[in-house]
Write a protein that binds this ligand. Sequence first.
Ligand SMILES: [Ca+2]
Ligand SMILES: [Ca+2]
Length: 150
Amino acid sequence: MGNTKSSALSKELLEDLKSNTKYSEAELCTWYQSFLKECPGGKISKEQFEGIYASFFPDADPTAYARHVFRSFDTNADGTLDFKEYIVALHLTSGGKTLQKLEWAFALYDVDGNGTISKNEIVEIVRVHAPSFFITVDEIKFSPCIMKLN
Ligand SMILES: [Ca+2]
Ligand SMILES: [Ca+2]
């Protein structure tokens, strides 16, 4: 094995992810290794993401979904998800704290990014998402957090 400097998570990133997600150091390291195996470049392209998503949710529309996911998780807008963006996405969609989920869901639903969610935007997201994968529209409607954001 060569000296794979990049195969270890940096201490900084590890601490950051540990404090922002529910995952343990061991889990994060394990995921990082499998992430690198799938994506040796350390980044997931939209096409790769579509492939992964399609294998989980064969009935959904991976292209539209990937577009929305990238819009809300590709925080540095470079067109790929790096490990941090990937873990944050994974964390939020699989059981993050309610407030974080709401903030993320809001960003996801706010397709044009104008700070409010229109009926058309909800229709657009509901059309492409896999049932029960996201927070429901009712939760959005009744959330004080969303009222505040609005
Ligand atoms: Ca990115
Ligand atoms: Ca909007």
